[in-house]
Design a protein around this ligand. Structure first.
Ligand SMILES: [Zn+2]
Ligand SMILES: [Zn+2]
Length: 333
């Protein structure tokens, strides 16, 4: 099969490798589409380590089940022909204190799609059938792909930000453009922060209902109740803290951030909170896709062919598209 592999920092290549064979608990799937995430860029740049390279990245996989491993039973809901979604969380131990307390996202032994397990920038993949799920029929393959990480992590970040009315979103890309819609539907006001001078993205944010859009180091016209930082820039933590009111929550939604500059305790004082969001649980996925089935989410998608993964990642780095990039695997034969 054709696949894209990261071989080491800065090294990405298209290769021909044998299609994977499912083990007893796995499904073999044919990939239809796979979303591009900032984490893929961190993996390519070596900012997030790949334990055993080379690896096929891609963890927002929309696929068709081709065959099931031997432990699948007859009433398997994900039978051959079914459409499945495969997210970043690929396997957990199920036994540790995190797994047993509803926090499998923190499992020390967790394995992640596209980092520890070959991912979706390939024609075929294998997936543990307990870690994938059906997707709402109302979404097309390309449109639903960004929901699998940008949407899911965004949803978890929004829950952890609390229910404050004024929400700031720092970095208005794939995740923020979905979260803005969830927040608007909950009656919140969205304040969008972009790279300074990025008027195109600010316009995009206003089009999605943001009441204000500006540069990331600007002060919004009103104090925020909470903020989510999607951009990987550590200096946004003191910036967001200075924009939230007392008791405000700042959530860092990315897997990697540059060094956080020293800042005055005054910025944290007043019971302000800074916290990170790590990975997702299967429960997050159930809740979020249930919500997405009831409340339509419009994703803005830039389509790339399978041999365009490196280009899509570079465009993501340079901020060349609004919304999300998706690799159209089945459409690029
Ligand atoms: Zn565990
Ligand atoms: Zn991701």
């Amino acid at each position: 099969m054709r696949a894209i592999q990261i071989l080491g920092p800065g090294r990405i290549e298209q290769v021909e490798i044998p299609a994977p064979v499912p083990s007893a608990d796995q499904l073999l799937v044919a990939v239809r589409a796979c979303g591009v995430c900032r984490t893929d860029l961190h993996l390519l740049d070596g900012e997030v380590a790949i334990p055993h390279p080379p690896i096929v990245p891609g963890h927002q996989i929309v696929a068709t089940v081709v065959a099931a491993g031997e432990r699948a039973d007859a009433d398997e809901p994900l039978a051959p022909g079914a459409r499945v979604g495969i997210p970043w969380l690929g396997w957990t131990c199920g036994k540790c204190r995190y797994c047993r307390s509803g926090r499998e996202n923190l499992c020390d032994l967790a394995r992640f799609t596209g980092r520890d397990i070959d991912g979706g920038f390939a024609e075929f993949a294998v997936v543990d059938r307990r870690f994938c799920f059906a997707l709402p029929d109302s979404y097309g393959d390309l449109e639903v792909a960004p929901l699998l990480c940008a949407g899911l992590i965004g949803y978890r970040a929004l829950r952890l930000a609390g229910d404050g009315e004024r929400l700031g979103l720092y970095g208005f890309g794939a995740s923020a453009h979905i979260v803005a819609q969830l927040a608007r539907a909950e009656g919140r006001s969205v304040y969008a922060f972009t790279r300074p001078g990025d008027t195109g993205t600010q316009e995009f944010a206003r089009g999605l209902g943001a009441v204000w859009a500006g540069g990331s180091l600007e002060q919004p016209p009103a104090q925020l109740d909470c903020a989510i930082i999607f951009a990987a820039a550590g200096e946004l933590i003191p910036a967001a803290l200075s924009a939230v009111c007392k008791g405000g929550v700042v959530v860092c939604a990315g897997i990697h951030m540059s060094e956080i500059p020293a800042f005055s305790y005054d910025l944290l004082w007043g019971e302000r909170v800074v916290r990170s969001v790590a990975n997702l649980t299967r429960r997050d996925a159930e809740e979020f896709f249930d919500l997405a089935a009831r409340q339509p989410i419009a994703t803005s998608v830039s389509r790339y062919p399978l041999d365009g993964v490196a280009e899509a990642l570079e465009d993501l780095r340079q901020g060349r598209f609004a919304g999300a990039a998706v690799i159209d695997v089945s459409g690029s034969k």
